[in-house]
Design a binder for this molecule. Structure first.
Ligand code: AMP
Length: 310
């Protein structure tokens, strides 16, 4: 199946307790599509400035990402984000966000992009997410991610966007913040009441939990000794999850086994992402490494016996 993603295509400057980097290739759509590319070739929609060079595009091309819907805006500046992390790597502190070419982006998707059957609205201004959603009316499976900035700046639009997708991926703190409900189970229920069929609450180093109307599934994060830069972990999680489902023609949110596999691939991709700065670990990744870590997840989460001791 085809997979389209809209979201930020960015330069990121990041400081963590383990080092810092200036103007790395980043952005929610970039992290998402690199992770998804291990399962199906994604197509990225979004603008970049003329500071975005062939070198950056080549990183995407080498992973089979289709960039025909990436628009280069003459004299424009690419989206820029500066963030830092304290020893608690679960919380990103934003120091600067410059929308650049996203400030007046009016998405006009190609016919191929509009015909997609899987769509991901990665983190970006919710009006843009909705404009893209409206152009992909035939999408069988649509997902969305967002963050605190948009909860504060565009709450109503974000809630409407949530009503137009099947799957919502957000940090647990953001699910609570958006719904103004401190209990995560009830907060997820509030979002489900708006229309999506599942809510995936990402919990950083503690893993991720999936809430649907009649079921719950949760996975721990892979226990890593080396975490260098968490930037893009959430997008890589969504990329592994949606990329896997898009590679399965019959997969659906209602298919319990497939959704569990998707959660596991999401967790695997997120775990690799945080082992290096920016995109560096994921671009060097192999399918064998992914499959090996998937198996480790399986044994790590299996119960010692299938039923309790008598
Ligand atoms: P995450 O997966 O949540 O760590 O997302 C990290 C990515 O989000 C970075 O590569 C940033 O470029 C991007 N980002 C940060 N702030 C925003 C924003 N307000 N809108 C869209 N993308 C953002």
């Amino acid at each position: 199946m085809s997979l389209v993603v809209v979201g930020s295509i960015a330069f990121d400057s990041v400081r963590t307790p383990f080092g810092e980097r200036e103007r790395m290739l980043g952005g929610s759509a970039v992290h998402f599509s690199l992770a998804a590319s291990f399962f199906t070739p994604p197509r990225v929609v979004g603008p970049v400035g003329d500071d975005f060079g062939d070198r950056e595009l080549a990183v995407l091309h080498e992973r089979g990402v289709d960039t025909s819907d990436v628009e280069r805006i003459p004299d424009g500046r690419t989206f820029f984000w500066r963030g830092r992390y304290e020893f608690d790597l679960n919380t990103a502190h934003t120091e600067d966000t410059q929308l650049g070419v996203f400030g007046d982006f009016d998405p006009k998707l190609s016919a191929e992009a509009r015909a997609t059957d899987t769509l991901f609205l990665a983190n970006i201004q919710p009006d843009l997410q909705r404009a893209v959603r409206a152009q992909c009316g035939g999408a069988r499976l649509a997902g969305l991610d967002s963050m605190n900035l948009w909860i504060e700046a565009a709450r109503d639009s974000l809630l409407r966007a949530i009503g137009e997708v099947d799957l919502v991926f957000m940090n647990d703190a953001e699910v609570r913040m958006l719904t103004e409900e401190p209990n995560l189970v009830r907060a997820a229920r509030h979002l489900l009441d708006r229309g999506p069929r599942a809510v995936v609450a990402k919990q950083g180093e503690y893993g991720a939990a999936l809430f649907a109307r009649d079921r719950f599934f949760s996975l721990p994060a892979y226990p890593l000794e080396t975490v260098v830069d968490p930037t893009g972990a959430g997008d890589s999680f969504a990329g592994g999850f949606m990329g896997y489902l898009a590679s399965r023609p019959a997969a659906d949110v209602a298919d319990e086994a497939e959704v569990r596999r998707a959660m596991t691939y999401g967790s695997v991709l997120a775990s690799f992402n945080v082992e290096g700065f920016g995109t560096e670990r994921v671009v060097a990744l192999t399918r064998e490494e992914i499959d090996e870590r998937y198996e480790e997840f399986r044994s790590m989460t299996a119960l010692a016996g299938s039923s309790p001791a008598p």
